[in-house]
Design a protein around this ligand. Sequence first.
Ligand code: URA
Length: 246
Amino acid sequence: MAESRDTGAPGGRKDPFWNSVASFGMDDIFVLPEWISELKGEKTASVTVEESGSIPLELAALMQRVGDCRGCRLSEERNTIVFGGGNPSAGILFIGEGPGANEDIQGEPFVGRAGKLLDKILAAIDLDRDTVFITNIVKCRPPGNRTPSKDEVAACWWILEEQIRIMQPGVIVALGAPASRTMTGSSDGIGKLRGTIHRYGDIPVLPTYHPAALLRTDALKRPVWDDMKTLRKLLDELGLPRAGKD
Ligand code: URA
């Protein structure tokens, strides 16, 4: 986590989440909510993050709670906790599996080859990183990019659960089997889970193949395109992405 503090917000990041946090004029987002209020010249004692109603500030407070998490063995080899990135207020949440080598260094999700393909998939349905938020079921890189184990996913679940509670997305897209199983509670394979709209509470969940799988298997592009058309239709029905950046 220290690494992402040093290299990140608001310094060099282009990410809208970081930019909106940076707009509060802080050099370091890892501060207490009351410090933020102080910086904004507000009364400190009576203002809580919840009362602020600000998604970026609530997420910043969550990151502070996560701190230098040592909740599972993934913390032993990680360089950076990859919390997520994009627009947390847009109402569209993409969830991947876990950071890879590039993400572990840069502190942002989907910045490698799979991420470049994800950008193209988003662009095909008129979305981009300003209109979605992207995170993973585990926030630390599994060594060698292995699939995270059930206990690692369970140890990290509270963070994703909190992110969803704070962002209240209108739609969740689960990328690949581990994210799709985690979000649907099913043990079915991705081939079976995709093509149906599931629910996480009231929130529609669309499972689809992971972009990394598309890099290996061309034949998966067609079903993903079908899933993205379903997503586009759902977004239009729900009026997403939400306007404004909080
Ligand atoms: N694959 C994922 O599932 N997540 C990332 O952030 C990068 C690659």
